[in-house]
Unconditional design. Sequence first.
Lengths: 125, 125
Amino acid sequence: MHPAPLLKDLDPRLNALVMDLIGRVADKWTMTVLEVLAEAGTLRFTRLAEAVPGVSQKMLTQTLRAMQRDGLLLRTVHPVVPPHVDYRLTDLGLSLGEAFCGVWTWAEVHMERVESARTAFDGRG
Amino acid sequence: MHPAPLLKDLDPRLNALVMDLIGRVADKWTMTVLEVLAEAGTLRFTRLAEAVPGVSQKMLTQTLRAMQRDGLLLRTVHPVVPPHVDYRLTDLGLSLGEAFCGVWTWAEVHMERVESARTAFDGRG
């Protein structure tokens, strides 16, 4: 009932770009890698895999590559034998991690309310 | 190189629940419905579908049902002929919308940097 503008009234090109980007980064693996690297600074692949519970090697590789392409992540290959590769966030990645911080906090704070809502909904049959 | 705790060091049950919830709500349709209803207040299905560009009826129906189950959304059936159904956010849904607000703002502000990063990455072949 409010006269507030809806999304479709905004610049359609900007809107499409923002939705595309949101669709890419609003992914639990991307969000978790942002969180882990924001805490840890720099990690090798193996340590990163340990810190992201439940991720497969393939999914982690895809996530890291997409994040690198989006400019969120730096992948550094150290020219030693055997080669040593590590990952850290760019300033852009750090800023996205901060933006998602509110969502993590929300999930932690409201977890039990969501669980109760689900139980109530499922019980209504 | 920092001694900061990684996710795996947190309470594993809380961590699994938070990741499950993030996986559910970090979805571009959920995020867009939160944004649209936060702006518009109450909408019928048809108006909501118009305001979420590119969503199919089936996907919107699934998204609304999952949001209702999570306690984010109220679905009201008005007993008139023909029946009239509308949707609005609960307080829980409004608070999640606010938490995601930073991500929308980030996407709008940093869109061009992400586009440039993608072009540079793809050009490296």
